[in-house]
Design a protein around this ligand. Structure first.
Ligand code: FES
Length: 106
């Protein structure tokens, strides 16, 4: 059962095998930004700053191949396969890579 650290709130949650990061976060009572929960809206877009995830199917609108290459994931479609660190982008999407990396170092 991988542990996932949510850098925005400094909390680590255990994600049951096969469960997505978003699902585990919501089960833990965390107000993780989200919308459709099915890879269509992009509101759960997050930056993966450590670890690996299996990424389930989603629309290109929600996450492009270029964004995936740049280290972004959809929390509603990301099943961690190792311990991981993520920073959600939220609606404003103002958290750039350097800010997220600063969070990862703290
Ligand atoms: S909640 Fe809509 S894409 Fe993840």
């Amino acid at each position: 059962m991988p542990d996932v650290t949510l850098l925005d709130i400094g909390r680590t949650i255990a994600v049951p095998d096969g469960q997505t990061i978003l699902s585990a976060a919501l089960d833990a009572g965390i107000d993780y930004p989200h919308g459709c929960k099915s890879g269509r809206c992009g509101r759960c877009k997050s930056r993966l700053l450590g670890g690996q995830v299996d990424h389930l199917d989603h629309t290109r609108f929600a996450l492009t191949a270029e964004e995936r290459e740049a280290g972004l994931i959809l929390a509603c479609r990301a099943v961690p396969v190792t311990d991981a660190k993520v920073a959600w982008l939220g609606e404003a999407r103002t958290l750039g890579r350097s800010q997220a990396e600063d969070l990862a170092r703290t």
